[in-house]
Design a binder for this molecule. Structure first.
Ligand code: B12
Length: 215
């Protein structure tokens, strides 16, 4: 990652520098799609820094806010071609499972996936199994993420995976689970492919599953 670049400024959450470099690139006529691709690389590196313990949870949250500010400026300039080539490399469906209303961690996962170029269908909180099934049928995602913070909601994860399977939608779908109540054991028992301890782990898994480069 080039020193002093926009991507690097994003990866270290230097918001004033990010906005300065972003505006300079746009003023110099760099296509919005190219600028967005560089921003995506910065978000992915932020996730990698978090995994290496070079930064912490508040940085991820701040990174998500920076990305929202970037999108406010870039969004109106993105043509349909840009959206196809950069913002929508793949689709992910994510929600907090039924009977659980915690969404702070889930929202970080959403922002990181969006930052890396996913189209994210966010089912919100307390999402019943049928809602996951409907969204998978409609949007054909590469990845589905379930978030849970209450141990009492293990059964919601199991029921969601079962409903996806019963609907014949399990094949070819990468299923991940995360949140403070999730674990490798839950992922295994419920039939998920992956447990992500952090949003950055989830991003890595999702990128791998969807064939998006994290270099
Ligand atoms: C804030 C909070 C709330 C807020 C939630 C606000 C909101 N908008 O989310 C409110 C006040 C509403 C709340 C309510 C309740 N809460 Co609460 N809450 C918390 C608290 C303090 C922080 C949670 C949080 O946001 N953490 C910060 C985020 C960033 O962390 P995170 O969610 O874990 O996400 C990270 C990773 O896990 C990962 N991740 C998250 N989701 C996913 C998904 C995927 C796919 C992947 C890959 C990764 C991933 O990414 C994030 C960043 O790396 C926790 C304490 C704790 N130890 O977690 C208790 C806690 C979760 N709550 C608890 C309880 C008991 C409740 C209530 C039942 C209390 C009550 N009696 O009413 C209700 C339940 C309401 C319901 N039906 O869901 C317990 C759960 C105990 C248990 N073992 O089940 C906890 C652990 C507190 C405790 N120690 O007792 N709560």
């Amino acid at each position: 990652m080039a020193e002093g670049s926009l991507a690097e400024a994003i990866a270290v959450c230097d918001e004033p520098r990010v906005m300065e470099l972003l505006r300079a690139q746009l003023a110099a006529g760099v296509p919005a799609g190219e600028v967005l691709a560089e921003c995506n690389r910065g978000m992915i590196e932020l996730g990698n820094r978090f995994s290496r313990e070079e930064c912490f949870l508040p940085d991820l949250m701040f990174g998500g806010m920076i990305m929202k500010n970037i999108m406010a400026e870039l969004g109106p300039r993105l043509g349909p071609g840009d959206a196809e080539a950069t913002t929508h490399k793949a689709t992910a469906v994510i929600g907090t499972v039924q009977h659980d209303v915690h969404d702070i961690g889930k929202d970080i996962v959403v922002m990181m996936l969006q930052g890396a170029g996913f189209k994210v269908v966010d089912l919100g909180v307390d999402a019943p199994p049928e809602k996951f099934v409907e969204a998978i049928r409609e949007h054909r995602p590469a990845v589905v993420g379930m978030s849970l913070l209450l141990t009492t909601c293990y059964s919601s994860v199991v029921a969601t995976v079962e409903a996806i399977r019963a609907a014949g939608l399990r094949d070819g779908l990468a299923l991940m689970v995360g949140g403070a109540a999730a674990s490798d054991l839950l992922a295994e028992k419920a039939g998920c492919d992956f447990y992500g301890k952090t949003a950055a782990d989830g991003l890595r898994f999702a990128c791998q599953a969807a064939g998006i480069s994290q270099a």
